[in-house]
Ligand binder design. Structure first.
Ligand SMILES: Cc1cc2nc3c(=O)[nH]c(=O)nc-3n(C[C@H](O)[C@H](O)[C@H](O)COP(=O)(O)OP(=O)(O)OC[C@H]3O[C@@H](n4cnc5c(N)ncnc54)[C@H](O)[C@@H]3O)c2cc1C
Length: 416
C-alpha cells in the first residue's frame, strides 16, 4: 500500500505517525513545499521574541523520517491531483501515484489589498522562513505596526514589542478577538498590552501604505492617522491552499468538504487540518477549524481510516488557548451568545483581580465559556459542553467560591 500525504504540518505528520503504527509495511511518502521537519507554527511568535530556542520550534528532528521509514519530499509542491488515475503532478516535474491520499496542505495568510500592500517591509507570519525574516528586519527597524484583532494579530504585536520596536496595534473591530471575547474580556487583554507599551488603536484599519525606494515608511489608517513604520505585520485571517485542487473533482468551499471520517467524496482521498471543512455530526454543518488541537484529532482519524480502520470525529467544540504576556485566555464553544431567546451569559462578579469567567447557556445547557487569568477549568468545561450538560440545577452554585467546572463535572458523572 502506498500512502501519500500532501503537507508536512501538524495534520500530515500526525496521520503519518498513525499510519506507520498501524501498518509497519506500507510505503509512506510526504510531499511538502517547505524544507524543514514539521514544526509548531504557534511557537514562532515566542521564537521571534527570543523566549524560545530555535530547536524547540520543531515537532520532530530531521532523522525522524528515515527512522520511521517515511520518505519526505521537501521543497516540492503538488500542482494537480488526478483522482481517476490516482496520480499527482509535482512542480519540479514528474508524477507520483498513490493508493491512498491525504491532503493536509493547510492554509496561508490572507493578504492585504490596499495601496502599498506590496512594499518591502509588509510581512506575514506563517512559516519559519517568515519568522526569521521578521527577526532579521527587526534588527534594523525602530517602528512597527501590526494589524488584526485575532490570535495572530496580538501575537504579532507582542513579538514586535518584545523585540524592542515602538509598536502600534490596529484592530478593525471594537475589541480584541471579536468572535470569541466580549468587551469585558477584551479589556483585560487590552490592559496587559497597554501596560507593556503597545499602542492600541481600536476600530482602525489600514487605508494605505507608503514608502521610499520600494520600502515601507508610513501607514495611513482608516481614520486618517499617519504612523511611521519600518515593518508592518498583517494578520487578517487565513485562506486554505485549495488552488491546486481546482478541476480535481473534489468538492471545495472554504476548504475541502469531508465527512466525519475525513473522506473527501472521491475514492481513496482524505483531507485533514486547516484545509479540511469537516462535517460536524451534531450540527450537520461542514466546519473549518484552524487550530493545532484540531490537526492532531483529524490527523489521527484520517490515519486510522486510511490504514483500514474505522474512526469518526467527535462533535467539534471550538477550543482556543493563548497566553499574552503571561495572561492565559481560553475560549470554548459558543462564547458570545446570539441575542435570541434561550441564550444567556453568566459572569458572576467578574471581571475582577485580572480574571474573567463566563459561562454561556442555551436553555440551561452549557454551550460555551471564556476563562481569562486562570484557565484550569477549561478541559472540564469542554467535557460539559460535549455532554450537553443541563447545568440549570447548579445555577446558583456556578459562581460560588470554591465551586468550579471540575467539581460540577465530577458531580454530574457521579450521578450518571
Ligand atoms: C504564528 C501562528 C500562531 C498560531 N498559534 C496557534 C495557537 O496558539 N493555538 C492553535 O491552536 N493554533 C495556532 N495556530 C494555528 C495552527 O498552527 C494551525 O492550525 C496548524 O499548524 C495547521 O496545521 P496543518 O497541518 O493543517 O497545516 P500547515 O501547518 O499549514 O501545513 C501544511 C503544509 O502543506 C504544505 N503545502 C501547501 N500546499 C502544498 C502543495 N500544493 N504541495 C505540497 N505541500 C504543500 C505547506 O508548505 C505546509 O508545510 C497558529 C498559527 C500560526 C501561523
Amino acid at each position: 500500500m502506498h500512502y501519500v500525504i500532501i503537507g508536512n504540518g501538524g495534520a500530515g505528520l500526525r496521520a503519518a505517525r498513525t499510519i506507520r503504527k498501524r501498518d509497519p509495511e506500507g510505503t509512506i511518502t510526504m510531499v511538502d513545499g517547505e524544507r524543514y521537519p514539521c514544526y509548531y507554527r504557534m511557537r514562532l511568535p515566542d521564537y521571534i521574541s527570543g523566549w524560545r530556542e530555535r530547536e524547540t520550534v520543531f515537532v520532530v528532528k530531521d532523522d525522524f523520517y528515515s527512522e520511521n521509514d517515511i520518505e519526505l519530499v521537501r521543497e516540492d509542491r503538488v500542482t494537480a491531483v488526478d483522482a481517476n488515475e490516482h496520480t499527482l503532478s509535482l512542480e519540479r516535474g514528474g508524477t507520483m501515484s498513490y493508493d491512498r491520499l491525504l491532503i493536509a496542505a493547510g492554509a496561508r495568510p490572507r493578504e492585504l489589498t490596499c495601496p502599498g500592500h506590496g512594499l518591502d517591509g509588509v510581512v506575514y507570519l506563517r512559516t519559519l522562513d517568515q519568522a526569521e525574516d521578521i527577526i532579521r528586519r527587526a534588527g534594523e527597524a525602530r517602528n512597527a505596526v501590526a494589524l488584526g484583532g485575532g490570535l495572530l494579530g496580538v501575537e504579532m504585536a507582542r513579538a514586535f514589542n518584545e523585540l524592542g520596536l515602538d509598536t502600534h496595534y490596529l484592530i478593525r473591530e471594537d475589541r480584541f478577538w471579536p468572535q470569541m471575547l466580549d468587551a469585558a474580556g477584551s479589556s483585560l487583554v487590552e490592559e496587559v498590552l497597554e501596560e507593556k507599551g503597545v499602542v492600541l488603536h481600536k476600530e482602525e484599519g489600514i487605508d494605505g501604505i507608503s514608502g521610499d525606494a520600494g520600502r515601507v515608511e508610513k501607514v495611513g489608517t482608516t481614520s486618517g492617522k499617519e504612523l511611521g513604520a519600518d515593518i508592518v505585520g498583517i494578520a487578517i485571517g487565513v485562506v486554505s491552499n485549495l488552488e491546486f485542487l481546482e478541476g480535481s473533482g473534489l468538492e471545495l468551499e472554504r476548504g475541502i468538504l469531508v465527512d466525519e471520517r475525513l473522506r473527501a467524496g472521491l475514492p481513496d482521498i482524505f483531507a485533514a487540518g486547516d484545509i479540511a471543512q469537516a462535517l460536524d455530526a451534531a450540527s450537520g454543518e461542514h466546519r473549518l477549524v484552524t487550530s493545532w488541537l484540531n490537526t492532531q484529532r483529524q490527523g489521527e482519524v484520517a490515519g486510522i481510516n486510511m490504514s483500514g480502520g474505522d474512526a469518526a470525529l467527535e462533535g467539534v467544540v471550538p477550543f482556543n488557548v493563548i497566553v499574552i504576556y503571561g495572561l492565559p485566555v481560553a475560549s470554548l464553544g459558543l462564547d458570545i451568545p446570539p441575542e435570541r431567546e434561550g441564550y444567556e451569559a453568566l459572569t458572576g462578579d467578574y471581571p475582577r483581580d485580572g480574571r474573567y469567567r463566563k459561562l454561556v447557556l442555551r436553555d440551561g445547557v452549557l454551550v460555551g465559556g471564556t476563562l481569562i487569568g486562570d484557565i484550569a477549568e477549561a478541559q472540564a468545561i469542554e467535557s460539559l459542553i460535549k455532554m450537553q450538560a443541563d447545568v440549570s440545577p447548579y445555577r446558583d452554585r456556578l459562581f460560588e467560591p470554591g465551586f468550579d467546572a471540575k467539581m460540577l463535572l465530577a458531580e454530574l458523572r457521579g450521578g450518571q
